[in-house]
Design a protein around this ligand. Structure first.
Ligand SMILES: Nc1ncnc2c1ncn2[C@@H]1O[C@H](COP(=O)(O)OP(=O)(O)OP(=O)(O)O)[C@@H](O)[C@H]1O
Ligand SMILES: O=C(O)[C@@H](O)C(=O)CO
Length: 424
């Protein structure tokens, strides 16, 4: 294994996994596997990039650090030369963690001196300029992320956010320096052994900038960012003669379908509205969920009786209803209950009801579903939409999955994803 990634949620893991599997246009990527948690066994010998999906984004910081270090040890034991810490392109975290504390710990473990910090993902409108994160034309805190149920983002300045979270000093490289190219940037990132560690926030407005940064960071033991930071990493390995740029062909899966959605993001709510114009949709009422008046069996029954109409079950609410529910029940109680419900439903759907194509909306929700399914590892297939690959579990009965980050995907994403999983 050449490159190891520690991702702080499951959809984020598939986002960077598909970036590594794709590589730069015309060049090809790496043979990539996504692991669901830290594996107990060694990786297969043909895996070039391994992405460990943790569900650490909203854990207490000490647990996020411990899990990330365990993941790092496993990746190092597989021979990884470079470790990437993947967080959200909207830098989802609280003042108490988790990006800063995990970076502190990984930098110390890997004796990394200059650690790139770059959440930019231009394909999804996330860019970093003068240390500030934008979502399209809005600073992060005005993008809707201030209402996120678990990690409300109320500041756009990555340098300030990180300085509140990390003990390692934070510095910044502006876009004006990035456009001078990889060589100049590499010189800035190389530090002598006596230098203290530094978290270096780097501006990036385009894939071209991310490519410059990725090439400049070829020799870095530790880098961090959104999936865009991995764009040029396969190129570095191919150029060094360590990888060929080939990818294995993956299966197409037809068969029964289910869509489970817990994301409350604006994009996801728009996709649910679109889906219900032509397909079957069941809304879970949060009062019913919290008073246990709705069960996993109710979800399974709906999915099975509506097979002709691409059935979708969602809990998602708008910011007002989410806030009301949080005041009444507490966000962590809601998440725990919804995770349990979606996880139980997924287990019954896949292992008892024979569902073969499963689409999940939301990172936390995907984490709950995939953990309940205990799949171990997934092969990374083609990109359905930016940042969302088709994923395949090798089982006697094939299972294809799409794990969608809250804000990702075209308006008709859910029906489109089912088609791509079937090879349409
Ligand atoms: N109606 C609701 N009221 C309050 N909380 C909800 C409701 N529906 C879902 N949630 C919670 O909101 C959170 C949504 O997080 P999730 O990570 O699944 O989506 P997301 O944040 O939009 O996606 P991503 O992390 O990929 O950006 C989950 O913890 C879920 O339990
Ligand atoms: O970086 C992103 O935006 C996504 O991969 C993600 O992590 C959302 O959960």
């Amino acid at each position: 294994m050449l490159i190891g990634v520690i991702a702080d949620d499951f959809t984020g893991a598939s986002d960077i996994a598909v970036t590594l599997a794709k590589g730069l246009p015309g060049e090809g990527g790496l043979h990539t596997t996504q692991y669901l948690g830290v594996p107990q066994q060694p990786a297969l010998s043909d895996v070039e990039a391994g992405v460990i999906a943790l569900k650490s984004r909203s854990l207490p910081a000490d647990q996020a650090v411990q899990q990330s270090l365990e993941a790092c040890e496993w990746l190092l034991a597989q021979g990884c030369e470079q470790i990437v810490f993947k967080y959200c392109s909207t830098f989802d975290s609280t003042d108490a963690g988790n990006i800063g504390p995990v970076l502190d710990a990984l930098a110390q473990r890997l004796e990394a001196k200059r650690v790139v910090v770059c959440p930019a993902f231009p394909a999804m409108g996330r860019t970093v300029y003068q240390g500030n994160l934008f979502v399209h034309d809005r600073p992060l805190n005005e993008s809707g992320m201030a209402h996120h149920p678990l990690t409300p983002m109320k500041d756009a300045d990555i340098r300030r956010l990180l300085a509140r979270q990390a003990t390692t000093p934070v510095s910044h490289i502006g876009w004006q320096q990035v456009v001078q190219g990889s060589e100049a940037l590499a010189a800035r990132l190389q530090a002598s052994d006596s230098d203290a560690a530094e978290l270096v926030v780097i501006d990036a407005l385009s894939d071209r900038d991310l490519t410059v940064i990725g090439i400049a960071a070829a020799g870095s033991r530790l880098i961090s960012g959104g999936s865009g930071i991995a764009l040029a990493l396969p190129h570095n390995m191919i150029k060094a003669g360590k990888a060929q740029g080939n990818r294995a062909a993956l299966p197409r899966v037809e068969g029964a379908t289910a869509i489970l959605v817990g994301s409350c993001s604006g994009a996801t709510r728009g996709q649910i509205d679109e889906h219900q114009k032509q397909h079957a949709v069941l809304a879970l009422d949060i009062q019913d969920v919290m008073h246990e008046r709705v069960t996993a069996d109710d979800i399974v029954q709906f999915i099975l009786t509506q097979q002709h109409a691409c059935p979708l079950v969602y809990s998602s609410g708008d910011p007002d209803s989410v806030q009301q529910a949080q005041q009444q029940f507490g966000q962590h109680n809601i998440s725990r209950r919804l995770d349990q419900l979606f996880g139980d439903a997924a287990r019954k759907l896949v292992y008892e009801a024979g569902i073969q194509r499963l689409v999940v909306g939301g990172g936390e929700t995907s984490g709950a579903v995939v953990s309940a399914l205990a799949l171990g590892s997934l092969q990374v297939g083609e990109e359905i939409d930016p940042g969302v690959p088709a994923l395949f579990a090798q089982r006697t009965v094939p299972l294809a999955l799409a794990l969608k980050s809250g804000n990702f995907g075209r308006n008709d994403f859910f029906a489109h994803a089912l088609q791509v999983l079937a090879g349409a």
